[in-house]
Design a protein around this ligand. Sequence first.
Ligand code: ZN
Length: 248
Amino acid sequence: MWKLHPLNFGEWPDFELSRFLYNKGFGQKIRAIATGFLAVDGDRAVLIDAGIYDEERALADHDQRVVNTGAGRVRAALAEYDIEPEDITDVVLTHLHWDHAANVPLFTRAQVHVQAAEIEYAEDPLPPHQVSFDHGLSQPAPWTLVRDRINVLDGDTELAPGLSTFHLPGHTPGSQGVKVCTELRSYLLAGDNVDLQANWDGDEHLRHRPWMVYVDMRDYWASLMRMESLADVIVPSHDPNVFEREVW
Ligand SMILES: [Zn+2]
């Protein structure tokens, strides 16, 4: 049975809320987390998302102020569970944006699982999306450094009993959610289709409130609808509330 642990890979201390909530939250600042997850079952240690760049590179390449980030933070978060990067057998990237894939080269022994549609788009994103994919910057996108270890997924895939990925396009063409079944319940690690609990909970106007970064709203909305029946709990990608849950 899988044990699931959320990992704090650093944070944005003052993130503009309206970037997370479609047409809402203007002028409000929140604390946002770069969340990863560790799922362990026997000899299999699976990391879901690989954290963000250090402060300097995040500011230089992405104009974003972050704190306590980078490869050192990823190592430290894993060390709390006595896991070294070399112990990780699999890395599942929910998508290839820099703040989910930055440290994937750290996991030298892992197979890396990415949706085919995501790789196709990351190779040649539209201009407004290029920076998020580290496309055309001075340093290569990290995922391109581990190409030989990428297991390209073509849609929904069971990676192991109790651990599956679901192709949920919207935020990006190849976004995937990762379903992990623990002894207690099933979780869908939603990637950036659901950044905050508020995206999933919605409000009086919208059953779920998307965020403003997406490639296709039709796909995005269909993915949100589909997620309703995929797991017991939908887990957001950047919400500090994830760390308030003590038992997974
Ligand atoms: Zn993203």
